[in-house]
Structures are given as C-alpha cells and as structure tokens.
Design a protein around this ligand. Structure first.
Ligand code: GAL
Length: 456
C-alpha cells in the first residue's frame, strides 16, 4: 500500500514539473515585439496565419492582482465620467488590481489612435484598448495579429445570449470573437436648441430641404452660423450622415460593399448636400473640439449640431435639461435608420498583465459595468438586458429605435471602412473643406474605394 502511494507521489511530482516546464516555455507575460505588429494607420496585407483555433477554456481570474493598463480616448466632458463609473465597478470587484488609465485626449480617438499605433509598432501594447466594432477592429488589429480571441470569455459569461446578433459578426473573424462591446452609440442625431427654434417659429426639420430652409431663415434673422461644427473628424461625421440622408440605408450600405459606384449621380448629390450644409457652419470649426461645437447649441449661439449621442452625456454633465436646453431628432432624411457604432475593448496579444486585463474585460462585458458606464456616457448598453429604468428619456428612445430601426454602420467611428480606407477619405475631405471642389472630391472618393476598399 505504502509503496503504491509513494509511486503515485513520484508520478505526481513528475507531472507537476512537466507542466511547470512547459508553461515556462510559452511565456505570455512579456510583450514580444515581432514583425507582426504592424502600424495600425496603414494596415498591410497579412494573410491569416493559422486555422481558427478552438476556443481555449481559460478560467476568468477572480484573484488577479497587480495592475492593468487600459487605453482609450475618454478624457473629456461626458466621456471621462462614463469611464470613471465603470472603473469604480472594477475597483470594487478587483481591489487588488491597480487600474492604470492610459487615456489620450482627442475626440473620436484622432490623437489616441496615432499614439496607440506607435506603441503597437514598438511592441509596447497596453493590456487592453478601446476599438470600434467593425472594420477598425477586424481590418486593422485582427489583420495585424495584435489581439487575442476572446471566445473563452463569451462562453464563461454566457455573453452570446445577451450581446446583439448584429454585433457579433462585426467583432468576429474566422469563428473567433475579438472584443467586448460596452455600448451602442448613435451617430445620426441632430441636436437642436428648442428656444432658438421657437423664437424663430421654426419647426424641427424632417427633410434636408426643410433643414436648409430653417437655416436660411436663421441666417436671415442674423444668426451667422446656425450649424455648429468642430475639427475635421466632426466634418466627416456630418458628411456620413448627409450621405445617409441623401442615399437612404440600402444605397449607403452598397457604398461600403462596392455595389454602388462612388462616381454615381447619387454620390454627387450627396456631396452637393454636404457642401450646402457647410455654408451654415462656423468659420472657426477647425479650432473647436466636439464639446466646444455642441456647447454652441446649448448656449444658444447655434441652432443645430450633428453629433453622436455622447453629446447627450456631455449636456447632462453640464447640467443641461432635455427639451429646454437641447432637443434631438434623427438627422433630417434619416428617420427610421439607426447609424450606429460600438466601443469595444480588446485583449493585447502578449498582454503584460493578461489576467488583470481579463478581469477588466469581464467587468466591461458585465451588466453591472455596462449599466454604470452607459447612462453617464450617453450610450445604450451593448447587452440586451440592461436595466432600462437607469436610462433617461433620450437613451430610452435610443433603445427603442435600436430595436426597431434599420441599422447601418458609421464611417468616422470605425464600422464600415478599415483605417486605410478611412484615412484616404479623410485626406480627400481635408482638401474638399479647403477648395469645395465637388468634382475633385468625388474623384478622390472613387479612387479611395478602389485603392483601399472593395471597388474594382
Ligand atoms: C467615438 C467614440 C465615442 C466617443 C466619440 C467622441 O469614436 O466611439 O465613444 O468617445 O468618439 O470622442
């Protein structure tokens, strides 16, 4: 008997040693800069290197400690407060992990994403970073092999039952799911100042023509720039919503699949509409952040601003009151369509603090995390089981629209085009904002779809 148990003990020691040695030979804790870590601003063609791996059943750590570095661009009004609310949930659940907030300022991630690209290239990835569901994620980070599949987290937490079916394909590749969406934002919102409209006997516009007529009336009444706009990405945001208003959802979608010719007359009309909208904007747009521009509306210095619903988070932070200081409606001509984007968080390949990063992602995907973050951020939870009573009137209306509207993706916020295509569009837009040459802009857009997108 004794001899037998001795043999078992020896066998057990050998087994433990073997496991320990094999664990040592596959280090996961140190970043290993490799040629695969391509810059995200100019993704290169990277062939899928491996067949989709079977999801690994990894335990979500409950005892993780140390630190986790989380990278985002939520530093400003409304946004930082949302992130803080989620960090609070994280700190309560994981008191032994230090949360390192590596946010870099700049709306829509314009600065942050450049910093991130440099870090990824240098093999200094943060443990987890913010990335938009859609082409930004799949066509950039997945393509460059910079992030880990998270199927195990979905399985452990039952997330496939609560995350919308619309979203899963946008964060998946080859059967692997690559990020944890925290929210759904709406891009095609027209924010307006109810008092300014009332004082000028103007109805909330429902078509582009009504909107332009309203702005003509406001200009005639002495308001120089009824439509507030900020730095260049906010011009792209305005552009995409006007393209949607002009084309409708089907043709809008076809632009991103290559089925609709960018050289078509429909696109010419869209650009002309955008050009007209620009005539109502403020001349100092390039020096204003999105917060500055949306503030012009609640202050009564402008009547309208087209912005995602993070603006609502900002208005609330400023203490502004719905229906008195601000009102909302779909961008004229886009009723019944919900142009969406989703902020999601990823797990870096070779994350320096992998267990702590998994703890962070577990909170980001949880009902508690999402219900703390979204009511402040001005977005609705990605999960379908959020507690509706925590959300204000605007957000409840967004929940209703998300459930019934036709859903299309945003260009500016990463859904429909990868980084390289978007950056070509951005360059063309920059030139157009200077010279207003419709023909040149359309040719550049047509060329961008051929060189970076799906057009032949
Ligand atoms: C978007 C992001 C939003 C919001 C916005 C303005 O790209 O998805 O969460 O932060 O930029 O910064």
């Amino acid at each position: 008997m004794q001899k037998k148990s001795f043999v078992w003990s020896i066998l057990a020691v050998v087994l433990v040693l073997t496991m320990a040695l094999s664990a040592c030979s596959t280090p996961t804790a140190t970043p290993a800069p490799t040629a695969m870590e391509e810059p995200t601003t100019a993704p290169v063609e990277v062939e899928p290197t491996t067949a989709p791996e079977a999801p690994v059943a990894t335990e979500a750590p409950t005892m993780a400690s140390g630190q986790v570095e989380v990278f985002s661009w939520w530093t400003g009004g409304g946004e930082a407060a949302g992130l803080e609310a989620m960090i609070k949930v994280f700190n309560a659940k994981y008191p032994d992990i230090e949360f390192i907030n590596a946010a870099v300022a700049g709306g829509a991630g314009t600065n942050a994403r450049a910093v991130l690209a440099t870090r990824l290239q240098a093999g200094q990835a943060p443990d987890s970073w913010q990335g938009h569901a859609g082409q930004e994620l799949i066509g950039t980070y997945v393509k460059a092999d910079q992030i880990e599949p998270l199927n195990f987290l979905y399985e452990e937490n039952g997330w496939l039952d609560v995350m919308p079916e619309t979203l899963i394909p946008l964060i998946s590749d080859n059967g692997n799911i690559y990020s944890v969406p925290v929210n759904i934002h709406r891009a095609n919102v027209l924010w307006y100042n109810p008092t300014v409209l009332q004082d000028n006997n103007i109805e909330v516009p429902t078509t582009l023509d009504e909107w332009f007529a309203a702005m003509d009336a406001l200009k005639a009444a002495g308001m120089d720039a009824p439509l507030a706009m900020g730095e260049q990405w906010t011009a792209m945001h305005l552009f995409e919503t006007i393209v949607l208003a002009t084309l409708g959802p089907d043709k809008y979608n076809q632009l991103w699949t290559g089925e609709l010719d960018w050289a078509s007359a429909d696109v010419t009309t869209a650009i002309e509409n955008f050009n007209k909208a620009l005539t109502y904007t403020n001349s100092d747009a390039t020096s204003l952040t999105w917060q500055d521009a949306s503030q012009l509306v609640v202050n009564g210095d402008a009547a309208f601003n087209v912005m995602g619903d993070w603006a609502e988070g900002y208005f609330k932070e400023l203490g502004k009151v719905a229906h008195t200081d601000f009102g909302w409606t779909p961008v004229p001509g886009t009723q019944g369509t919900f142009q969406f984007l989703s902020d999601s968080f990823v797990l870096a390949k070779n994350a320096p603090d992998r267990d702590a990063a998994i703890a962070w992602l577990t909170v980001a995907g949880s009902k508690e995390g999402q219900d703390a973050f979204n009511p402040v951020k001005g977005s609705i939870p990605a999960r379908s089981d959020g507690d509706r009573s925590l959300y204000d009137e605007y957000l409840q209306s967004a929940m209703d629209d998300w459930a019934k509207d036709v859903v299309v993706g945003s260009l500016t916020h990463g859904v429909v085009a990868n980084d390289s295509w978007k950056s070509e569009i951005d360059t063309a837009l920059g030139l157009f904002l200077g010279d207003k040459n419709v023909e040149n802009f359309q040719s550049a857009l047509t060329a961008a779809c051929v060189s970076s997108g799906p057009c032949k």
